[in-house]
Design a protein around this ligand. Sequence first.
Ligand code: APR
Length: 257
Amino acid sequence: MEDKIKEAADFLKHSRFTTAFTGAGISVESGIPSFRGNGGLWEKYDPKILDLQHFLNDPAGSWVVIKQIFYDFFGMAKPNAAHLILARMEKEGMLGRTITQNIDNLHQEAGTTIISEFHGNSKKLTCLICHRDYHAGHISLDHFPPTCIECGGILKPGFVFFGEAIPQLPLAEAYEAASLSDVVLIIGTTGEVMPANQIPFIAKEFGATIIEINPEPSAYTDRITDIFLQGKAAGIMLKLEKQLFPAPLNDDQDRVD
Ligand code: APR
């Protein structure tokens, strides 16, 4: 594994434009369960709670479950080392854009600023009637469905439901990044959900080197991944960080007798 980490770091250090493509797996070590796989949300909940028509048919009932999953404990989750190291890579000019499928806001809380959220963000609620946006922290979720202060319309979570269009801006940003990338660093995604899952494939078409971090193989591993760093996001990113940013020599080491 050490050799692969060094090889991956070499590609990242020499890349003119690197894109990170992240999924739920990067937030598992922050305490947020993934959707699929052992202990995933879809083992406990029916994915239909994220279906737009289902929400529109029963907003109150949908909100009861949505609050349990996405609001009751999301607020406690904090960025882990993987989020923080991606933010450091961006700050040091080693990461051109982060494209995330996640709605947990942890990349932003870690300090990432150049980010495209394919599936929106749970921190925002939007009125279905007047489209006014609210910060989720400013709206009481003690009664369902929450309603717009302005017009009384039902508020919908600011994330993309199945059956809902991907917002145009992140879509355009993601496709542009995919076409520019020398390297795509895929972290923690099964690669099963369209159209987000196409981004690494598009980048590969444009000649990108694909580096993937996941404890398990994904839809990418045997098809386009060039360097598969098998393991959990935080642990692997900490090893990668040591190669990308070797610790500065301290005075004693600098001095040559
Ligand atoms: N570190 C890295 N990867 C991990 C870790 C970890 N600690 N734990 C699990 N994983 C991996 C799993 O092996 C799996 O490949 O993270 C991935 C999680 O897959 P999914 O739960 O399918 O999440 P994701 O790929 O992001 O789902 C895409 O599906 O339900 C929709 O809108 C939802 O954005 C989500 C989309």
